[in-house]
Write a protein that binds this ligand. Structure first.
Ligand SMILES: NC(=O)c1ccc[n+]([C@@H]2O[C@H](COP(=O)([O-])OP(=O)(O)OC[C@H]3O[C@@H](n4cnc5c(N)ncnc54)[C@H](OP(=O)(O)O)[C@@H]3O)[C@@H](O)[C@H]2O)c1
Length: 249
């Protein structure tokens, strides 16, 4: 998404993640290839103190016009076997940091959007198709993504007259490290029906953000799944999904 913002919109970016070398390499790439300003903040968003620091550093002597809260982790396996510390880290990363950062960022974004300048600002929260359907063997993850969907869509209404858009982006399978780290890459592979590359998905996401969409689901298969979740019983969908996600077969 940082690449798409710099390449397609000439946007300056502040990037946040845990791995310093990767952040710095990407910043350098964006500066040389696209001539934008790029800064990085190394932080672990599962740690509340890091979340506070990210906001302080990102807004120190700098004005933000948009924020994309994308960091997320998953666990694939039986919910009762999810280690408690790992669950806390998942919840902190996917939910708590997102709510805290949203609460800290929104007054800043409202200020940029409002007043005499009459500008606009935006917040985008990254959810998942797993928000629409209970996903057995990704129970905690799909729960966090359902939270984000509900929270983000509610927030969009609360902020309607502020000039700040809230976009919830809910992709399906993307071939990224998230699948590698969870083992899901053994089940879902590049080229499978509906799977996207990170670059494809990022293009959709940034377009939705710029167009200030309230909810965006990229790709026909994912849109069909989102629609099915409104038409079919959730229990039936969960049963079908269980067969796809059950580990060890
Ligand atoms: N891949 C999929 O199939 C899929 C489908 C639907 C939705 N999504 C959602 O898309 C978002 C991005 O996922 P992805 O697939 O691109 O995963 P990814 O390749 O693992 O990337 C996750 C990004 O978040 C950062 N991150 C993870 N934990 C962090 C932490 N505790 N503190 C700070 N940064 C952290 C990672 O950098 P560091 O590791 O360096 O910190 C990385 O930049 C997530 O919210 C995910 O739920 C993914």
């Amino acid at each position: 998404m940082a690449r798409a913002i710099a390449r397609d919109h000439g946007g300056n970016v502040v990037l946040v993640a845990r791995r310093k070398e990767r952040l710095e390499a990407l910043c350098e790439e964006l500066r040389t290839r696209h001539g934008v300003q790029a800064a990085s903040i190394v932080a672990d968003l599962s740690r509340p103190e890091d979340v506070e620091r990210v906001f302080a550093e990102a807004t120190r002597e700098r004005v933000l016009h948009g924020a994309i809260l994308n960091a997320g982790v998953t666990y694939w396996g039986e919910a009762m076997k999810l280690d408690w510390d790992a669950f806390q880290a998942l919840l902190n990363t996917n939910v708590t940091s997102m709510v805290r950062l949203s609460s800290l960022l929104l007054p800043h974004l409202i200020e940029q959007a409002g007043g005499a300048r009459g500008g606009a600002a935006g917040l985008m929260l990254i959810s998942s198709v797993a928000a629409f359907i209970p996903v057995p063997y990704q129970a905690a993850y799909s729960g966090t993504k359902a939270f984000i969907l509900s929270y983000g869509q509610a927030l969009a209404q609360e902020l309607r007259h502020t000039g700040v858009s809230v976009t919830v982006f809910a992709p399906g399978g993307i071939t990224t490290e998230l699948l590698e780290n969870s083992g899901l890459s053994r089940r879902f592979k590049a080229g499978d029906l509906g799977m996207m590359t990170a670059a494809q998905c990022a293009t959709h996401a940034v377009r939705a953000f710029v167009q200030r969409k309230e909810l965006s689901v990229p790709g026909l298969l994912n849109q069909t799944l989102a629609l099915a979740s409104r038409l079919l019983p959730r229990g039936l969908l969960a049963q079908r999904t269980a067969a796809m996600y059950r580990p060890g077969h």
